[in-house]
Design a binder for this molecule. Sequence first.
Ligand SMILES: [Zn+2]
Length: 173
Amino acid sequence: MRVGTRVLAVLMLPVAFVRAPGRARHLACQWALRLRYPTENLDGLDPRARKAFEAARTQAFWQDGQLIGLTSGHRDAAEQYRMFMEEVRRSGSWGAARRTVLPPEESSHVRGIAMDVRPTEGAYWLELHGGRYDLYRTYDNEWWHFEYRPETDGRPPVRMPHPGAAPYHSATC
Ligand SMILES: [Zn+2]
């Protein structure tokens, strides 16, 4: 699959070159990944977060042959609320639910700066190299969850054990 996606991207390079001469590799990479992960949706992400994510996965793809797909990016408040309430029902309490899913007012997915990625190897690549793009893993218990955090000036933000670990209202996640 990985090799197939790379071959596809190489095949699409000439078309990408016609569309955007200076950004052909970037464009061909996004097209190939869209075909590999047809359900991914980058809409609604903060434009700077989206740009950072696309740049990071372009580097991963061409330099290291690593695919990075988006499982979940921006969610609207209603969807996040539904997911949170489902987790409240499943876990039995509001407090327990917050360790896995945050309510909309605290969720970085609702703010458009969070990206859940796949596969595991792609997430590992992003954990190693994402800092160059201000993308950081922010929770010990979620290897897939990354956030765009340019405000930390190139330093990784403090990693929390799980969502909801920061006190309510001071949470940055
Ligand atoms: Zn997430």
